[in-house]
Design a binder for this molecule. Structure first.
Ligand SMILES: Cc1cc2nc3c(=O)[nH]c(=O)nc-3n(C[C@H](O)[C@H](O)[C@H](O)COP(=O)(O)OP(=O)(O)OC[C@H]3O[C@@H](n4cnc5c(N)ncnc54)[C@H](O)[C@@H]3O)c2cc1C
Length: 596
């Protein structure tokens, strides 16, 4: 079954829940974004997802990428699809206008990314890495590098990568070995081997622009000695066109569980020519510009594939006939009832849908703050959003990718054995979504970042900003009687989060192991609280739409129904997460090495 762009849900969220036009009006955008224009862009993107990317998804998974003599070929159909994608102008959507980009806000491209990931995650990765690389170059590179590389990246003629990982250095990048030696002409000569590089080599573009972390010979030890370099696959001639081949080569492709049409490469740099991006020894922090966007994308990957799985599973459940409804046959004339009558099948589908809607809302909420942090005219408001973003992104990345994977597994379960075999595409979604929990910083590291750097180190100051946002919402809507039930649940979980934050800070200040032992449960509690916040917003918008007499009652009632499921069946998990946090580090740390 092919992917269908969830445009109705997306438009509702964007316009009714987040009042997109109002939000955009407060920012300095290149052009006015009317509801009609946004609708047209998203519909066009939906068509790309449905008609161009989805049809080559399963075949791409079966064929995988080819590797021959250092050359990588993408599966059949990918080159043509990429050409159409570029022709449609999608590659420079969020790019800087001064260098040929289209200056669209992240909110719009985030929704498009979710659709593209849902339709074909492998394909989408080639494009997402380019967007991120261009963003980093735009923020930190010299004017000369920007003028040389950005227009081609925005046109999609060249693509980008991010080369951090080495075989002995993944999470702990301070240990990287790749060396950069200054050359007389101001460039650098890079040597080393990077592994797991997404889109490190392929046949979609004429050049590939690698952003590489490396150390100068005399660099300070650890993360503070890392610099960032731009290393093109082909050097440029005097006219800025393709010149001599640089000394970068693809040694092999990784064999992996999923995203098989995405080339994951071992890249060798043998005295390759590179150009410094940003200040020396500041590479890691420069790369963080890109990482907030890349991490947002990984949450979107989880959500996109969850949506794809939900579409298949819900359609299947209304047709597959097995057993009878517990309260008696619904379709006595048939041999059995559709499995949708069974409460447990409903549990799975409703869990999927309620997390998908909240996950999409959280991604949009985060993307709005990313846009505000760059495009709001008021400096204070920009700074506030930047601080909120640093708290939201680790949660959005980890929680949306976890819930996305969970939804893919649930979708597989709804189909029983038919979900395990490859025909329906659900097992591919499980395999393709799994990586989002690992790359761009494994989810355990996101949780640690949240509990350690963002919470303990700021003594909860970052969280206070989010609590302010939540309190503002509660006081603005407290008098609405239809919201009473939901707001009281929200207040409870918000208070629990505050209580657990105080506990995590107190325990973590006395014993660093307490932070690591509490971090995952704390991230999940924050994720659940944020999903609850998003559901408040969705329910409020739904109630208001119903009140204003807009038709489509069945759709709105359906949304309220999914929301009620979230409050009844998913939110109570906050209690057990709090218990996990209260239990502390003892049972985690008591075991000796030999006992493992
Ligand atoms: C398909 C794929 C594509 C990728 N694409 C890219 C890419 O384009 N560019 C790139 O540079 N990299 C890429 N990566 C690498 C990816 O980002 C890393 O695999 C990831 O960051 C984890 O690093 P690692 O695999 O070395 O695991 P490790 O760092 O060895 O971690 C292993 C486990 O230990 C945990 N852990 C490690 N340190 C700590 C700590 N201090 N506290 C608590 N727990 C800890 C981690 O959470 C993890 O669960 C890709 C990987 C894959 C598989």
């Amino acid at each position: 079954m092919s992917y269908r762009a969830p445009l109705k849900d997306i438009q509702f969220l964007l316009h009714k829940v987040f009042n997109a036009e109002e939000n955009f009006a407060s920012m300095t955008l290149s052009e006015e974004l009317s509801e009609d224009l946004i609708k047209a862009i998203l519909e066009e993107a939906g068509k790309i997802a449905e008609e161009l990317l989805s049809p080559i998804n399963q075949a791409g998974d079966k064929e995988g990428c080819g590797f021959d003599g250092g050359k990588v070929s993408t599966p059949q159909g990918f080159k043509d699809a990429y050409k159409d994608y570029v022709k449609g102008g999608w590659s420079g959507l969020t790019g800087d206008l001064d260098y040929g980009g289209q200056g669209m806000p992240k909110v719009i491209s985030a929704l498009i990314e979710e659709m593209f990931f849902g339709a074909n995650s492998s394909f989408c990765l080639y494009t997402v890495l380019t967007t991120g690389a261009a963003l980093t170059i735009n923020e930190h590179a010299s004017e000369e590098l920007k003028e040389t590389y950005l227009p081609k990246l925005y046109q999609g003629i060249w693509s980008g990568t991010m080369c951090l990982t080495e075989s002995h250095a993944g999470t702990d990048l301070g240990m990287i070995h790749t060396k950069a030696v200054p050359a007389k002409d101001g460039s650098y000569s890079l040597s080393g081997t990077k592994i797991f590089i997404t889109a490190g080599e392929h046949d979609l573009t004429e050049n590939i622009v690698h952003l590489v972390l490396a150390k100068l010979p005399d660099a300070p030890f650890g993360p503070k000695g890392i610099s960032l370099f731009l290393v093109p696959k082909y050097l440029l001639n005097a006219e800025g066109g393709i010149g001599a081949k640089n000394n970068v080569s693809c040694g092999s492709l990784e064999n992996k569980m999923g995203i098989k049409a995405s080339a994951t490469c071992v890249l060798n740099f043998d005295d390759a020519t590179g150009f410094l991006v940003g200040d020396l020894n500041n590479g890691l922090s420069n790369l963080f510009t890109m990482m907030n966007y890349e991490r947002l994308s990984m949450g979107l990957q989880g959500n996109g594939l969850a949506e794809s799985s939900y579409q298949i599973a819900s359609a299947y459940a209304s047709q597959r006939l097995q057993g009878r409804a517990p309260s008696g046959p619904e379709y006595a004339e048939k041999a059995a009832d559709p499995i949708l009558v069974h409460p447990d099948v409903r549990r799975m589908l409703l869990t999927m849908r309620s997390n998908i809607l909240a996950g999409r809302a959280l991604s949009l909420y985060s993307a709005f703050h990313l846009d505000i942090s760059r495009m709001h005219p008021n400096k204070k408001i920009r700074a506030r959003s930047e601080r909120l973003i640093s708290l939201l992104i680790p949660v959005q990345k980890a929680y949306c990718s976890d819930k996305g994977f969970e939804a893919c597994v649930l979708g597989q379960q709804v189909l029983g054995g038919h979900g395990y075999v490859s025909e329906w595409g659900l097992e591919q979604n499980v395999r393709d979504s799994r990586i989002a929990q690992i790359y761009e910083g494994a989810n355990g590291i996101q949780a640690l970042d949240l509990a350690g750097r963002k919470t303990l180190r700021t003594k909860g100051a970052q969280l206070n900003l989010l609590i302010e946002e939540m309190d503002k919402f509660i006081s603005a809507n407290n008098s609405k009687k239809e919201m009473k039930f939901y707001l009281s649940k929200f207040s409870d979980v918000k208070s629990l989060l505050v209580e657990m934050t105080t506990l995590v800070i107190k325990n973590g200040s006395n014993n660093p192991d307490e932070i690591g032992a509490a971090s995952y449960s704390y991230m999940e509690l924050m994720g659940l609280t944020l999903y609850c916040f998003m559901w408040q917003k969705i329910i409020l918008a739904t109630i208001e739409a119903e009140k204003s007499g807009q038709d489509d009652k069945a759709y709105y009632d359906g949304l309220i129904g999914v929301g009620n499921f979230f409050f009844d069946k998913l939110l109570p998990r906050s209690i057990s997460l709090a218990e996990e946090i209260r239990a502390g580090a003892k049972s985690v740390m008591n075991a000796t090495f030999e006992q493992f």
